[in-house]
Design a protein around this ligand. Structure first.
Ligand SMILES: Cc1cc2nc3c(=O)[nH]c(=O)nc-3n(C[C@H](O)[C@H](O)[C@H](O)COP(=O)(O)OP(=O)(O)OC[C@H]3O[C@@H](n4cnc5c(N)ncnc54)[C@H](O)[C@@H]3O)c2cc1C
Length: 251
């Protein structure tokens, strides 16, 4: 259980950032993950009055506000029209609808969890994150950075027309994944991302012809959900399926 002593809804992002520099304070998103933890939070910083919970579309990009929920990501008609079923596929196994109505995209991306279906999916797009202090940087760079106490404002996905496929393997329907896999194809370049290895997702570039053999480019490890060998085998299988889906346009 966690205990929260104070709760603040700051008026500006600068005030929120200053408060967040103190280790005992925490930004809260949907609080679905935080509340599973133990310990004390001196001040919970609620950014719902400052950060958008909307998905907006320009001619070139989608802007997904940090406070946007996983359920919005799953059901947004514009995202589905532009990119296909990938958003539905990467969210639908996460606990249940009620949960996905609470958990935020911001908390999911900023958390950079090893098991994250969400991170795996976003990595195969031209995705950038907008951080309050560091500005706009590619998601692939953000996942390699040391954790700090910045604020994630929004996620920006380029509307370049690419389609992507998302697959995961789970021991039971809503459990954490044993392995996650996403792949996209755009102008002959295939981006493959594999997560829950059980390490956090990373992305690599390949071609449709080489895609089946790219499982070797990732490291795998063992935990209670599966061994290193089993994960590697799963990666090979999911990559074959992803390749077939991309070739057949079944995305
Ligand atoms: C039981 C359970 C099962 C789950 N299963 C899965 C699963 O199968 N697949 C999957 O992908 N995910 C899964 N998740 C994770 C879930 O989808 C969310 O990613 C997670 O709950 C975090 O989102 P949140 O809105 O609850 O964030 P919070 O719990 O509120 O915050 C998480 C962290 O992010 C920080 N944070 C939040 N918003 C911001 C921001 N805007 N800027 C900076 N920092 C911020 C917080 O300070 C905190 O450190 C599961 C979570 C739980 C509790």
């Amino acid at each position: 259980m966690i205990t929260v002593k104070n709760y603040i809804k700051p008026d500006t992002l600068e005030a929120a950032y200053e408060l967040n520099q103190k280790r005992a304070n925490r930004i809260i998103g949907g609080m679905m993950w935080l509340r599973m933890g133990k310990g004390n939070i001196l001040t919970a910083i609620d950014l719902s009055g400052l950060l958008s919970g909307e998905i907006t579309e320009t001619d070139t990009d989608f802007h997904i506000g940090s406070m946007c929920t996983l359920r919005q990501l799953e059901t947004h008609p514009g995202l589905a029209k532009s990119f296909g079923s990938v958003w539905k596929e990467c969210t639908r196994h996460i606990v249940g609808v009620q949960f996905r109505n609470g958990a935020t995209v911001g908390g999911s991306i900023f958390g950079r969890y090893g098991f994250s279906d969400i991170l795996t999916a976003f990595l195969v797009f031209d995705t950038k994150v907008k951080l309050y202090k560091k500005g706009i940087i590619p998601l692939s760079e953000f996942i390699t950075m040391d954790r700090d106490r910045d604020i994630l404002e929004e996620i920006i996905v380029a509307k370049d027309g690419r389609r992507a496929v998302y697959l995961s393997e789970r021991r039971s329907q809503t459990d954490f994944p044993v392995l996650t896999c996403a792949a996209s194809c755009y102008e002959g370049i295939v981006l493959v991302s594999i997560g829950a290895r059980p390490m956090r997702a990373t992305v690599t570039e390949t071609t449709l012809d080489e895609m089946e053999h790219i499982a070797d480019a990732f490291d795998y490890g063992s935990n209670m959900r599966g061994s290193r060998e089993y994960r590697k085998h799963l990666a090979e299988v999911l990559l074959c399926r992803a390749k077939k889906a991309l070739e057949e346009g079944n995305v």
